[in-house]
Write a protein that binds this ligand. Structure first.
Ligand code: NAP
Length: 247
């Protein structure tokens, strides 16, 4: 895959899956904007790693849940680079709780980052992509958005919403050379999943036909493919990267 000359924005790229997506896109030649919210030092490490390997990257702080800030983020990229080819909506959080105990704040916070954040960036990026008549939007959903998960009503609702957003945007923008697809990772080893107890992890492995957890590179390579010209005829799809968990 060749992403040379492409400008990419990866939201939530200071850690975990987003970090690996940023490094992978840069490895295929894209100039990458590494978005972060609170982890400034870690975003700087991602940028340094990309540059050490001969790639191009810069870190930009933005809480993607804020509509106006997301607009500033996208406008800044267009001003600096003149275009935006690839948008990866990866930023995500969890605030797990059983439905009876879940607070309004826990529900709203997860929807704001995971679903509205993806809407905010997609809306603002699509204006530029329409002008270019070219764009690749990759949304990071989750197997939980497809299957549901006890204790994650907020997270699952947000990730199911991301799938609806993906399919609608794919239908709206397809005729203008813009594709929009979703990734549905299963259990991927990151800080988000590290906090789960060994008991929960073992019971999850039992539900995975491949009997192991995924790595961030498994998701990142799929993201790079959907962002590439090799995937030009693929849109509105949900690609499961879950060891067979949700088939
Ligand atoms: P993670 O290690 O917790 O990293 C989350 C990233 O999102 C961080 O870079 C964080 O940045 C960023 N972020 C959070 N809120 C943000 C906001 N408001 N604005 C901008 N950035 C924000 O999570 P992960 O495991 O890599 O997950 C990445 C994505 O994959 C998420 O959408 C998640 O739901 C999805 N996913 C993960 C798994 C899994 O098993 N790990 C499975 C399915 C789907 P700061 O640190 O700078 O705040």
């Amino acid at each position: 895959m060749d992403l040379k000359g492409k400008i990419a924005l990866v939201t939530g790229a200071s850690r975990g899956i987003g970090r690996q997506i940023a490094i992978t896109l840069a490895g295929y030649g894209a100039a990458v904007v590494v978005n972060y919210n609170g982890s400034k030092a870690r975003a700087a490490e991602v940028v340094a790693e990309i540059r050490e390997n001969g790639g191009s990257a810069e870190a930009v702080q933005c809480d993607v849940a804020e509509f106006g800030r997301a607009k500033e983020l996208i406008d800044g990229i267009v001003k600096q680079y003149g275009r935006l080819d690839i948008l990866v909506n990866n930023a995500g959080i969890t605030r797990d709780n059983l439905i009876l105990k879940m607070s309004e704040e826990e529900f709203d916070a997860v929807l704001a980052t995971n679903l509205k954040g993806a809407f905010n960036c997609t809306k603002h990026a699509s204006r530029q992509m329409l002008k270019q008549r070219y764009g690749r939007i990759v949304n990071v959903s989750s197997v939980s958005g497809v299957m549901g998960n006890a204790g994650q009503a907020n997270y699952c609702a947000s990730k199911a919403g991301v799938i609806g957003l993906t399919k609608s945007v794919a239908r709206e923008l397809g005729a203008k050379g813009i594709t929009c697809n979703a990734l549905a990772p299963g259990f991927i080893r990151t800080e988000m999943t590290e906090i789960l107890s060994d008991e929960v992890k073992e019971s999850m492995k039992e539900q995975i036909p491949l009997r192991c957890f995924g790595e961030t590179k498994d998701v990142a390579e799929a993201a790079a493919f959907l962002a590439s010209d090799e995937a030009a005829y693929i849109t509105g799809q949900v690609l499961h990267i879950d060891g067979g968990m949700a088939m």
